[in-house]
Structure formats: C-alpha cells, structure tokens
Write a protein that binds this ligand. Structure first.
Ligand code: ADP
Length: 644
C-alpha cells in the first residue's frame, strides 16, 4: 500500500466515503464466484478505457480543443515489477471528482443490479462457477488488494485520486495528471504477480481485446533513459471492418460482451457489409436472455452507431424497428455526417436504408437459425417471439418474411409449429387456417368453441400471448390461405359442416324462448355446427374484440362498450333436446328460466368470463342441484339415505 494513501490532509481535500451497500455485496460475490476466472479484470478495465476514448473522440467533434494537438489516443498497460503494480491508462474522457464518487462508489447501472440478483440466486442454489460476464470496474479487486484511480476529466485542469482496498470504504483526494484520462493502478495481490509479465498480458489482450479500434500499447521494460517506450500489442482494426473469414467465433463473442455487458455468449450473430448507394458495415447479435425491461414502454433499444469508425452514439433506435428491440449490435456508416444527432437520424434517407437492411439481415439470420438449429430457435422464440410478432402490426410490408418465422401451439400436438407446417397439414376441402385467441393456450385447448373443428380433424392454431389478439389481425392469410377466427360467429366450416338435425320449427321456438330470457345478455341464439360435446357456447360478432381483451379493457374503463355475444346451442346435446321438450310441454315457466340461465352461465364460465350478476346464476345452479338431489333421493332412497 503506498504511504500517501493513509495520510489524510486538508490541502488534498481527502475524504473517506462508504460504498453503497450493494457495491459491498457485489464485491464479495465477484470475488467469491470468479476465483477461477480472474483474467476477466483486464478485459473489463480495457473495455472501460476503450469506451472513455470513444466518448472523448465523439465530444471532440464539436469541441476539438478537448484533444490537444499531437495527442495520440491510446490505451496503455504498464507493469511495474518493483512496485508490483499494473496500470491500465487511457487518455479518454476522464472523470471529475463527482463522477469518481458516483461511478465508482455505487451501482449506477440497473443491469448490474439485475446481475447481482441473478448471481445471488445462483449462489444460493450452490452454483458458484458462472463463467464470464461483465462485472465492470469492480473486477479489479479479483487480483488487487488495493486500487487507485487517478483521473482528469477532459477540459478540466483538476485531477483526482480515488483509492480503496475494496472493503467498505473508498477515499478521494486531489492528485495531478499530465493529460486528460484515467489511470487505474492495481496493487496486485502477492499470489497474482503473473499479471506483471508481458507474455501473460499479451496473451489476454490478443484473446479478449484485439478487436478494439484503439491502440493497446504495452510499456517496454525501463532502460537507462527514463522516457517510457511502448509497443503496440493489438491489431486494432475494428472487428466489423475485418473480413468475416478472419474473425473467430470467440472474437465475435468477446466483442458482444464488450458491447452489451452480457455475461452469456450470444445465441447467434451476423456480420455484414453493404455496398452501393449507401455504404455501411455492421454486426447484429441475438442475445440468449431477455433484458428485464423488454416489455417496458420506455426501454431503450437500438444499435451502437459509428460513422467512419468514430463512435457516435449508443442505442441509436432509428436504426432498428421497435419490434426488433431485442437485437444488439453495431453499425458503421460511411455516409452519415460525423456530427449526426438523434434528430437528424430521424428524418434521414440514409437511416431508413440502414434500418431496412438491418431488418433484412436480422430476419435472414432468424430464418437461418429456424432452419438449421431448431433447438436454438425454440429458445429464441420463447424469449423474444412475442416481440417479433409486433412486427406483423407495425410493419405489414415484412409479413411475408415474418410468416416463416412465426411459431404457435396448435391442437396438432404439444410442440410449437410454424404456420407453413399447419398449412401443409390442411385437410382436403379445408378452406381456412383456423386460429383461436384467448387468455392462455391451456385454456384454449379446452374451449368449447373449437371442439367441432377438432372433431372434424381440423388443426386450430392457439394464440395465448397478449400481443396475439391485435397482431393476428394484420396477418389475414398464409400464402393465399385465409385465416379464420374460430371464436367468431361467422366461422365457415366449409362443406364439412353438417346440417343441423333438429327440425326447423321446433328449433325456432326453442331459440325464441332462450332469446326472450337472455335478451339483455345475447344478441342472437343460433343452432351451432361447431360444438361436439358441450351444450352451448358464446361466439363473438365479427367486429367485436376478443372477449378476454374486452374484459381487460372494461376492468380499467367501466364505460367501454360491451359487445353482446351470440349464443350457439348444440341441437344434439341432451340438455338442449330436453329443454326443447320442456318448452313444448309448457312446463313451469320459472323452472325453464332457471335452466336457460344455467345454460348461459356455463357458456360464460367455459370462456373464463364472470357474469355481471354472479349471484343470480349461482342461485340458478343451486336450484338445479337441489332438484337433482331431491329426484335422486326419491328414486334411490336406499343409496341416498345415510342410515339404511
Ligand atoms: P460499466 O462500465 O458497465 O458502466 P463499470 O463499473 O465498469 O460499469 O464503470 C462504471 C462507470 O465508471 C462507467 O460507466 C464510466 O462512466 C466510469 N468509468 C469506468 N472506467 C472509466 C475510464 N477508464 N474512463 C472514464 N470513465 C470510466
């Protein structure tokens, strides 16, 4: 430990701070779980240095004075065998006193917090070794027992030193630094002196940081003269500018981790170069896991944008439609101006061309995974399928490209199936691809509305995602075969629909009687061709929203108009034939009313809807049970009696 770290003094403004509680636990967890992966610290610190250089060069576009003449922007690694320190220095954007205090004393990134939660969960389940991931600056304490950070913010003349042994507190005091930027000085633990050796440092940089566009230089051993000399150890060509043939999978994966701070490798990636009227290169990645804010309306998304190699901005959302917000990556444009702003991006023709091309690249990549790696595609679909489906609504032009990528549960089996597969399985004479939208696929599998379709051997596509209800409206057809909503009144069963058996006049009086009783609840009573085992079901008029969506809307807006459903009855069902007989016999009016109420209530329950007056229907059901029990005990007194 250097002597001056212990001497608090007025002139240096030294002040001691406590780490935020989470930092303490992060530090502990990092050290416990990464003990066999200590190498990551170098990647993390070089990655921070590279970001700092990116940000400085970007700011210098409008403030060129931030980079003094003659400056070469670079990352420098300086091992010092005598002091047993390893320094990672950059002449990038630097940090002010306040920034040192907040960036290196708290966990500012929500992603890191999420990581912490997962790490804690992994540890509780006894999983200690979780591989590489982006833990950032704090990974320095994997190999160092004392860390100093000397930083000078670009444009400022003050420099500050942050220092800590990683236990509870850190300290900030005035310091000096010749130019803008940051030096992270690691006082290596006695058992980690191997990181002072050139061969070890070079190996790690080659392996993990070679793609970074900034020179990474290693300080040569001191000779007689005190002027430090350096040797460049990375090739320094931006990864996306290289030929894909020269880049290994490991390099893409490392680049992905640098870009996203994800700790898992990506599920897939695609590297492309577009030449023509608009020129750009890029790499898109599909992550394995969803970010915690995938469905939050203000979740950031987009690609990292470079212009002629210069980093311009992160999360340039104009380069990617929102329904591809799970994609990560980088685009480097030859045509955009260097001082491009978010506003300028919004109405630039070049941006539109890039977005179209990127969309095509991503959809091609997904198609490739779907064809060649079905297991991975299922993982993708479960994670991001609901987002991709938004594209049906927002980008109808892309529907032909999206159709082969969609997957659904269907009544065919337990798997996930593509719509082209469903189409290929259509029965002779089947004119539509049938689908049902509801609250969950488990629910839909049992819904009476589709039982007739299933009984006829038609496959029904089950849509239980919240997005399905509106996304499917844009779909309309699959390669010329129209889609048909199985929950709708106008369902066309084609020629296979058998004519209702019941005699016409009899069915009319039955329907009228039911309609009279339910006139406030249903708009019409029809003889059904779609039911197989159930006595009745409710179907939606053609223009109405799916019932579960209407229910959600009505829960928040009580005035939202309620579409009156149509009650379909199964003319062959014993309840219906029996009811019809009772009506013809002029049976007790009140009893018939209660039977009709119960019939209606069970149709509501089957679709998961609560009646407006639940007590009324509960009473009808109780009456029915009473009747049944009274009759059963009269018929079989010996069985019903508790004491024979
Ligand atoms: P992350 O890099 O994921 O944000 P870190 O813990 O590695 O998390 O760093 C926290 C913050 O500290 C960074 O976001 C950055 O603002 C700042 N920082 C770290 N290293 C440097 C550096 N070399 N130069 C400038 N700022 C840095």
């Amino acid at each position: 430990m250097p002597e001056n770290a212990n001497t608090a003094s007025q002139e240096t403004n030294a002040q001691e701070y406590r780490f935020e509680a989470e930092v303490d636990s992060l530090l502990r967890l990092v050290i416990d779980s990464l003990y066999s992966n200590k190498d990551v610290f170098l990647r993390e610190l070089i990655s921070n240095a590279s970001d700092a250089l990116d940000r400085l060069r970007f700011q210098a576009i409008t403030q060129p004075e931030l980079i003094p003449e003659g400056t070469t922007l670079a990352i420098r690694i300086e091992p010092d065998l005598d002091r047993r320190t390893l320094t990672i220095a950059d002449n990038g954007i630097g940090m002010s006193r306040e920034e040192l205090q907040s960036h290196l004393g708290t966990i500012a990134k929500s992603g890191t917090r999420e990581f912490l939660a997962r790490l804690e969960a992994a540890q509780k389940s006894g999983l200690h070794q979780i591989g590489h991931f982006g833990v950032g600056f704090y990974s320095a304490f994997l190999v160092a027992d004392f860390v100093e950070v000397i930083s000078r913010a670009a444009g400022s003349r003050e420099a500050w030193k942050w220092s800590s042994s990683g236990r509870g507190t850190f300290r900030i005091e005035a310091a000096s630094r010749a130019e803008q930027g940051t030096s992270v000085i690691l006082h290596l633990k006695p058992d980690h002196l191997e990181y002072l050796y050139d061969t070890q440092i070079e190996r790690l940089v080659r392996e993990w940081s070679d793609y970074l566009p900034w020179p990474i230089e290693l300080r040569l051993p001191r000779e007689k003269s005190d002027i430090p000399r350096y040797r460049r150890i990375n090739s320094g060509q931006a990864l996306w500018q290289r030929s894909p043939r020269e880049v290994t999978r490991e390099q893409y994966e490392e680049f992905y981790k640098h870009l996203t701070r994800d700790w898992d490798p990506p599920l897939a990636y695609k590297h492309f170069k577009i030449e023509g009227t608009t020129e750009f290169a890029g790499i898109v990645f599909i992550p394995r896991r969803a970010p915690f804010d995938l469905f939050s309306p203000d979740a950031k998304h987009g690609l990292r944008l470079h212009v002629k190699r210069v980093f311009v901005m992160d999360e340039a959302d104009e380069l990617l439609p929102r329904w591809l917000r799970f994609v990560r990556g980088v685009v480097d444009s030859e045509d955009l101006p260097l001082n491009v702003s978010r506003e300028l991006l919004q109405d630039s023709r070049i941006t539109r061309t890039i977005r179209q091309q990127v969309t095509k690249q991503v959809l091609d990549l997904l198609g490739e995974i779907a064809r060649e790696r079905p297991e991975d595609y299922r993982l993708f679909w479960r994670t991001f399928g609901a987002v991709l489906k938004e594209g049906l609504h927002y980008d109808p032009d892309q529907i032909p490209r999206l159709i082969p990528l969609l997957r659904y549960e269907t009544t065919h089996g337990d798997g996930l199936y593509g719509l082209l597969e469903v189409k290929a399985r259509m029965k002779e004479g089947q004119k539509h691809i049938y689908y049902a939208v509801g609250e969950s696929t488990a629910h839909l599998r049992k819904t009476p509305q589709i039982e007739g379709l299933v009984a006829r051997g038609f496959e029904v596509v089950l849509m239980g995602d919240p997005v399905d209800g509106w996304a499917v409206r844009s779909l309309k057809e699959v390669e010329g075969v129209p889609l048909a909503d199985a929950m709708r009144a106008d369902l066309d069963l084609g020629e296979s629909a058998s004519k209702p058996q019941a005699d016409e006049s009899q069915s009319r009086s039955l329907r009228e009687r039911i309609r009279k009783r339910l006139q406030d609840e249903v708009q019409e009573v029809r003889i059904s061709t779609r039911l197989a085992h159930s006595p009745a079901c409710l179907v939606r008029p053609t223009e109405a929203l799916p019932h579960h969506i209407e229910r959600i809307l009505r829960a928040t807006q009580p005035d939202f108009p309620k579409a009156k459903p149509i009650l379909e009855i199964n003319p062959d069902h014993p309840i219906i034939t029996g009811l019809s007989r009772l009506i013809d016999m002029n049976a007790n009016e009140e009893a018939i009313n209660l039977l009709i109420d119960s019939l209606y209530a069970q149709a509501l329950w089957a679709e998961g809807t609560m009646p407006d007056e639940p007590a009324k229907y509960a009473k009808a059901l109780a009456w029915l049970l009473e009747q049944h029990i009274a009759r059963a005990s009269a018929e079989e007194p010996q069985k019903a009696s508790p004491d024979p």
